[in-house]
Design a protein around this ligand. Structure first.
Ligand SMILES: Cc1cc2nc3c(=O)[nH]c(=O)nc-3n(C[C@H](O)[C@H](O)[C@H](O)COP(=O)(O)OP(=O)(O)OC[C@H]3O[C@@H](n4cnc5c(N)ncnc54)[C@H](O)[C@@H]3O)c2cc1C
Length: 315
């Protein structure tokens, strides 16, 4: 269902163009709202459509974000939406985009109950995290199962920590997490795919290894207490770090013909242009290193770049 959660700007305030909106932004979290701010301040008519499920919706305190370290990201988003209300050419609606067609100058963006016209598109959908099939892990995601030590490592420093992973990526992740705690175990959930020298390196740095298959994570409302193994043994943990697999909204991105990079993210240039004319992308959809600051920065660049693209045509 598409419903307006912010009162739209009066139609008369929208810049008259051949398209209903200069720009339609898909996704109204840190990247999308940041771009909308830049575009609104450039008096561009902007529609932001947001499905309301940002990746960190369950997090109560976001960190490593200058001047707002420890703030609730949902409150930051609400404040950003309030700030956008100052700009009469910006309209935000709740809804899920189900398809995008057309070409630069006349894109058609479909939600469940209607179609919107836009001259340019900004994809700011973020990515969807796909938790590994370990019982209890999804419930702890964002509370005690963590992906980013820069975001949450300081809060669990020097505590009993784990890394779930194997092979070279697990080995690399352990090396990073070891920066925050020496009480560290690598859980491989079955035989580890590590080279002998990698095992030796972990042992030399006091990192424990546990290769027993995991039965489940035991937690209290997402706060991990211990890992229970199939052989009945258990290990107490404060937090478990996981490199979370993710997926992009392929159903939107691939039919458009946007190229992807090797990591699976949408390819963009320095101006956040995708490989398809008129389509831009920003935020987690384009960034392997996920952070509020990076998402906001990329949305900001996209907003300015889109404005430049219009003015270069005297539009
Ligand atoms: C658990 C967790 C904790 C984190 N903690 C921190 C932290 O402490 N500090 C930090 O700097 N970073 C943190 N991050 C990273 C940070 O949250 C992201 O980098 C940032 O939210 C990315 O912003 P975004 O706008 O690209 O995507 P998102 O915030 O994920 O928002 C994307 C928006 O697009 C919408 N959307 C998706 N598809 C559609 C569609 N088809 N139609 C309409 N709307 C759509 C979604 O519903 C969502 O509202 C954390 C991430 C996670 C997962």
């Amino acid at each position: 269902m598409t419903s307006t959660f912010i009162i739209p700007a009066p139609a008369g305030e929208l810049r008259p163009t051949a398209s209903a909106f200069d720009v339609i932004i898909i996704g109204g979290s840190f990247a999308g709202l940041s771009a909308a701010l830049a575009l609104g301040r450039a008096t561009r008519s902007v529609l932001v459509i947001d499905a309301g499920h940002p990746c960190n919706h369950m997090v109560e305190a976001a960190h490593n974000f200058l001047t707002h370290d420890g703030d609730d990201p949902n409150q930051l988003r609400a404040r950003a939406r309030d700030e956008l209300m100052r700009y009469g050419t910006v309209r935000l609606i709740a809804g899920r985009v189900t398809g995008i067609s057309g070409s630069e100058g006349s894109f058609e963006v479909s939600t469940v109950d209607r179609t919107w016209m836009g001259g340019k598109i900004l994809l700011a959908t973020g990515v969807k995290d796909v938790p590994p099939a370990v019982p209890g892990l999804a419930e702890c995601w964002g509370r005690s199962v963590l992906h980013c030590p820069f975001c949450h490592g300081h809060e669990v420093r020097d505590k009993a920590l784990g890394v779930l992973g194997s092979g070279t990526s697990g080995h690399e992740f352990v090396r990073l997490i070891r920066n925050w705690s020496a009480q560290l175990t690598l859980f491989t959930n079955g035989p580890a795919a590590l080279m002998p020298e990698q095992r030796e390196e972990l042992t030399a740095h006091g990192v424990l290894m546990n290769e027993v298959p995991i039965d489940r994570l035991v937690h209290d409302e997402g706060l991990l207490s211990h890992v229970l193994f199939e052989d009945g043994s258990q290990v107490e943990l404060r937090a478990l770090f996981v490199r979370m697999p993710f997926r992009i909204p392929e159903e939107l991105v691939l039919p458009l013909g946007c190229k992807l990079v090797g990591t699976g993210h949408v390819e963009v240039d320095d101006l956040k242009r995708t490989s398809v004319p008129g389509i831009y992308a920003a935020g987690d959809l384009t960034l392997p290193m996920r952070s509020l600051a990076a998402a906001i920065a990329s949305g900001n660049v996209a907003g300015a770049a889109i404005t430049h693209a219009f003015v270069s045509l005297w539009r």
